[in-house]
Design a protein. Sequence first.
Length: 218
Amino acid sequence: MKHIQDEQRFFNDLFDMLQAHCGKDFELVLHNLSVCDDNYDHTIVDIRNGHITNRKVGDWGDEDGLQILRGMLDVSDSYNEFMHTEAGHILRCSSMYIHASQSGQIIGSICINQDITRAVEAERFLRDYNMYRICNGGIFTTDISSVLDDLIQEAIVLVGKPVSEMKREDKIRFIHFLDEKGVFLITKSGTKICNLLNISKYTLYNYLGIKMPGGSGN
């Protein structure tokens, strides 16, 4: 196969099957990334459930598309990465690149973007409803480090953004949630949170509204 069009019938049948099987919360995207097709202003040649990202056939793909088209970027398949739409929806995304049979050059990609927003909200509701972490006012577990990791993930879900995209107000909300859960009673938890959020201990204490021991608390 030299071009996506060479197997257009196969890709159409594949997308028909996946759309029928997966349902409306899965966006399926076929990108044409063949340099010779002079398609620098668009890459999407088939898309199903485009309402998830508000895209359609003829639209642009992603931020790496142009560099791939010009042969300037070497990429690999990726699975189960999390992204957010402008409307605040949480997507679980996987991408597979299609290579020409002889040259090995990237000529296209198949992307699956699953909208998991409702599932995350349901999970959050069930955690609060069941209160399964709480036992006699404390956390019932034999592994406190696992509890810390679990609460950090819950805080990320609460904020609704990956750590790399969190602004000051997001980090404050993140930290206050963990503080309410008693996380900072765990030894060295403050250091772990500072490293995760890329902030200093002074900033951590400032966000918590606590004066830094031995410092000015700025």
